[in-house]
Design a protein around this ligand. Sequence first.
Ligand code: ADP
Length: 303
Amino acid sequence: KKVADRYLKREVLGEGTYGVVYKAIDTKTEQTVAIKKIRLGKQKEGVNFTALREIKLLKELKDPNIIELIDAFPHKGNLHLVFEFMETDLEAVIRDRNIVLSPADIKSYLQMTLKGLAFCHKKWVLHRDMKPNNLLIGADGQLKLADFGLARIFGSPDRRFTHQVFARWYRAPELLFGGKQYGPGVDVWAAACIFAELLLRRPFLQGNSDIDQLGKIFAAFGTPKPSQWPDMIYLPDYVEYQYVPGQPLRTLFPMASDDGLDLLSKMFMYDPKGRISAQQALEHRYFSSVPPPTEPASLPRPP
Ligand code: ADP
């Protein structure tokens, strides 16, 4: 049976933050797509017009490193979002013990992540829920950011579903301190955590509560001094804490190059105002020094 007279539903791909995701065939283009069914709650007619208007803006976000939103429509009280179908994701790559990631491969994955981020930040759209399983990988090896802007439209996922624990590990300190006027820096922090995870092959800062997450950050980088981050003390959930020394980044990431480490330290700046932007990160010498990033088509992927 066709949905919206156009999509032939196939199997369920998984259950996500906002609802079930189906594989489907777009009969108009013969393309394989992924349809995300979003439960809209108790709105009249099940259609949330604000969400629809915002979704329309996301349809305009077209970039090689952003997953394309092909179509969006309400159907039987649910909002359906149609995306291009992707083979795998970065989490599967990082977890696969049979995959060796060379420094050039890591550079390529980080570069594609930052390109997608820089594009959206230029259009004033934040992701807010960056994590390796939101970085999808297509048959051509291109990495594309998924779920852009959805956190803002449908609410922060972690507040809706408690099982959503992984996102915490990628959360910037200004968010953990309850900051509400955050900016693109939150996505750069998450990208830094993903860079670290590509190097370590395991999540870098694995907090088991928001407080513990801050503790993990402090244990790695040392407690931030007010001189390093003057606005910190004005954040809603800021509390005074005991001084903890950090560890040298070199000790934490013995496998990183000097250029890679320098970029990582700039992405992990405590003060979001001092944190490097996605665009500046792309211009960092890490990306022009040897080895050059691996061509997407040559990147290692799970079978
Ligand atoms: P989460 O909210 O937990 O990140 P999602 O809602 O993004 O999960 O996705 C749920 C499942 O559907 C995941 O297992 C993911 O692999 C799959 N999926 C999501 N989008 C796509 C896509 N564009 N192509 C293929 N599979 C997808």
